[in-house]
Design a protein around this ligand. Sequence first.
Ligand SMILES: [Zn+2]
Length: 419
Amino acid sequence: MRFDLLVKGGEVLDPQAGYHGKMDIAVKRGRIEAVEKNIPQDSSFDVIDASGQYVTPGLIDMHSHLYRGVTYWGIDADAIGSQSGVTSWADAGSAGAVTLQGFRDWVITPSKVRIFVFVNISCIGLVAQDYELFNPEYCNIDLLKRVVNRHRDIVVGVKVRAGRSGGAQDLLPLKRARRAADELELPLMMHISVVPPDLETALGFLKPGDILTHCYTGQTMKMIDSAGKIHPAAKKAWESGVIMDLGHGCGSLSFESAEALSSQGYWPHVISTDLHTLSIHGTNLRDPLKGAGKRDIGTNGDALSINYQVKGDGKPNFHLLTCMDKLLCLGMPFQEIIRATTSRPAEVLGRKGEIGTLKPRAQADITGLVIDRGEYELMDIHGVMRHGREHVRNTFTVLGGRRFERIEAPTPPPWIELV
Ligand SMILES: [Zn+2]
């Protein structure tokens, strides 16, 4: 046998490699070995029939929260990844200098999926819901550098939350995060949400190659003015090479912002979930336990469209495919959606050619997808509804050359009340 695994008969879609059409993918020793038409079935020990499906590089979710058991926000990446075809993840600031070793030992090493880290400028990371920046002494650059230099293989950037939720008293955390990123020679990922600071001040801290997450936010740091026109500072950042990341979460996808920006040609460079304990269950940002028990309204048909009802405002974002449904509904071409969930994030994570592509020698991470047609109710985080006509569903996943079987999601932590 020439190959270990063959994915046969699918519609291969890899924007970076330029593959678009019916092809077979052969895998050997955990790597992509060949992408060709009509590779014989009997050349491989194992065969996945992908006919009628899209076959894409293993998906990458560049903004998530995965430090389960230690932080308020952490969810299980293996379970969600196995159910949605996401094989590589980046955690956005769950761990800080003091907690990074634990993240590595207790989460990253035992996980099946690949996990990269944007390390928080605050040494405590996102242990509790908010206020990691309340004490300026937590933003210790020297400590951060000492720790990051021992974890260079997994750290891909520095994370800071601009806006009220971090609890910063002034601009000091942004200044320290900027300096830390520069001295570590890593990109800075900045979250925007609620003023202060204002958008322009926050954007002033970003350079080309840095990442702004929550680009379609409807909160007070949003990137459009009252007439729906892109803010001049946002336009400058978008066009100058700052990476614009969706980061849906439970506070950051406004259809109003998304429709205004996309109609002016401003699409996210990277589509990510900001998946965490709240967003995954469709709860309200501040008061997960309050509210009238509104039903979760999500896309149906995949294992993660759980029947949980949450006592909250119900703003579900089950996984990366839910984000895809919403971007399709907004009119983003499917090929661009795949680019924004494969090769683009791979490049931002400094892993171009290694993940996010099906080119020979890349890691054999492969995702099967189908697009169901019908009528699907989609909701933004403000409860605004749209009706989508397409729903993306995961059919199979290969991780590191092996079938990635579905794993049941663990029960949510006690602060998430399900009814
Ligand atoms: Zn986040």
